[in-house]
Each structure stands twice: as C-alpha cells, then as structure tokens.
Design a protein around this ligand. Structure first.
Ligand code: ADP
Ligand code: MG
Length: 240
C-alpha cells in the first residue's frame, strides 16, 4: 500500500531523510518512534507530498507520489492525516468540518456527506456534538472530530502524527481507543507516537528513526524485548 525506495530528502543543505526503504502492506499498523528531530514527521508528510522528496521513489496504492502525472487530489483523498494540533476550522461546526472535503473534493451531496458524518461521530463516540463549534469541545473531543474528518473521505490509509501529544493526560485514552478500533477494523495506519502501550497492543511493526535513518524495525514484542541497535536501546531506556 505504501512503499519507500531509497528515499533521500534535504532541507537546503541538511539531509533530513537518509536512504529510507519501507514497505507497508494493506491493513498493516505501523508505529514510528524516535527522538525529536529524527525525521518522523517529514517521512510521513512525504507520503501525500506535503513535502517533496529529491531522490528515490514513494508509491501509494500504486501511484508514484513524485510523478507529475499522478493525480494528487485522488492520492490525497486516499490518505487521511491527523496532526498533533487538531487543525479544525474554528468558525465551522463539527459536522461542517467533517463534510467540507467530501462535498468539495469528492463531489458528494450535502445529504450523503452529512449522513456519513453523523455515522462517523457515532464511531468516535461524540454523536451529540455535530452542531458544536471546536472551541466548545475538549482537546480529546476535537482530536476525535479530526479523526472523523479524516475518515469522511473514506481513505485507504490513515497517517497520525503524534495525535495525543497536545492532549491533557486524561484525554489520551479516548483518542487511542478510537485509533485502536480503526486498527482492528483493518485500516492501513502509520502512527508517529510515543504511546508504547498502544504500540504493544495494536502495532504489527514498530519502526525506530534517528537522525534521518531508519535504524530498526521489528514486531512490538521483538522491538521492546530485544532491541538490536544501541541507539534503540538508549531511546527506550529514556522513554519506558
Ligand atoms: P520529528 O518529527 O522526528 O521531530 P521532523 O521531521 O519534524 O522530525 O524534523 C526533522 C529535522 O528537520 C529537524 O532537525 C527539523 O528541525 C528539520 N526540519 C523540519 N522541517 C523543516 C523545514 N521546513 N525546513 C528546514 N528544516 C526542517
Ligand atoms: Mg514530528
């Protein structure tokens, strides 16, 4: 579903991604961890060309991200993205936030988009918040709206960039629970997160990055119990 082949990326003179090779199958749940500044956000932002790469290839569901002939609207519609900061439109209600892209980009009728949006609000466990504005919601509720908004485009892939890092501790689990149920339903997911309980419970694979390199990848069991690289061991000793 997602493939990185010898991907290199620079910001000016600074090489942020170094020869990244990665294949993610349909339905796979991959957790990406690593120190701040190691290139995690950059790597996942390259998947829908929020950031361009200078070398190598990324393909998403058979589409080459760097090929100028690729229909980026179509590609982006297949990839839902949830950020650390929820990025909801503050002047729009919850349901309008969710139905905006499906009506504008997918050309869905307002009625159909609203019906799907209401189902998604049930799924993220806030069925009664359709008419609320983001400022009236807690951080955990806003992030669940952001997930519902991502799902409204009926994507094949969901990318999460530290979705719980901006939340008060008591709201982290309600967001992780929504992500866990998505994972169990077979969504292809890449989650940048330091929630290692989540990784142990639902990840098929954990990836460790440091200084732009993909240092190590393994099943959660092997990754946590038997880390191979000294860098991984050092990182785990600091966060566990
Ligand atoms: P992570 O998500 O692992 O914390 P990032 O991908 O955000 O890492 O950043 C990796 C490195 O690239 C950092 O050193 C960061 O300062 C740098 N960087 C990120 N975005 C930009 C940018 N737009 N321009 C220049 N440098 C950037
Ligand atoms: Mg980041």
């Amino acid at each position: 579903m997602i493939s990185f082949k010898s991907v290199n990326k620079w910001y000016g003179d600074f090489q942020v991604l170094k020869n990244i090779n990665l294949d993610i199958a349909k339905g796979e749940v991959v957790v990406v961890c690593g120190p701040s500044g190691s290139g995690k956000s950059t790597m996942i932002r390259c998947i829908n060309r929020l950031e361009p790469i200078q070398d190598g290839d990324i393909t998403v569901d058979g589409m080459n991200v760097s090929d100028p002939r690729t229909n980026m609207t179509l590609l982006r519609a297949e990839v839902g993205f949830v950020f650390q900061q929820f990025n909801l439109y503050p002047h729009m209600t919850v349901i309008d936030n969710i139905t905006l892209a499906p009506t504008m980009v997918r050309g869905m009728s307002r009625g159909e988009a609203t019906a799907i949006g209401m189902e998604l609000l049930k799924k993220v466990d806030i069925p009664d918040k359709a008419g609320a504005y983001p400022s009236q919601l807690s951080g955990g509720q806003q992030q669940r709206v952001a997930i519902a908004r991502g799902l409204a485009m009926q994507p094949k892939i969901m990318l999460f960039d530290e979705p719980t890092s901006a939340l008060d501790p008591e709201m982290i689990n309600e967001v992780l629970d929504v992500m866990k149920s998505l994972a169990r339903e077979g969504m292809t997911m890449i989650c940048v997160t330091h929630e290692m309980g989540f990784a142990r419970e639902v990840a098929d694979r954990v990836i460790f990055m440091d200084e732009g390199l993909l240092i190590e990848q393994n099943t959660p069991e092997e990754f946590f119990n038997n880390p191979q690289s000294d860098r991984t061991k050092d990182f785990l000793s600091k966060i566990l």
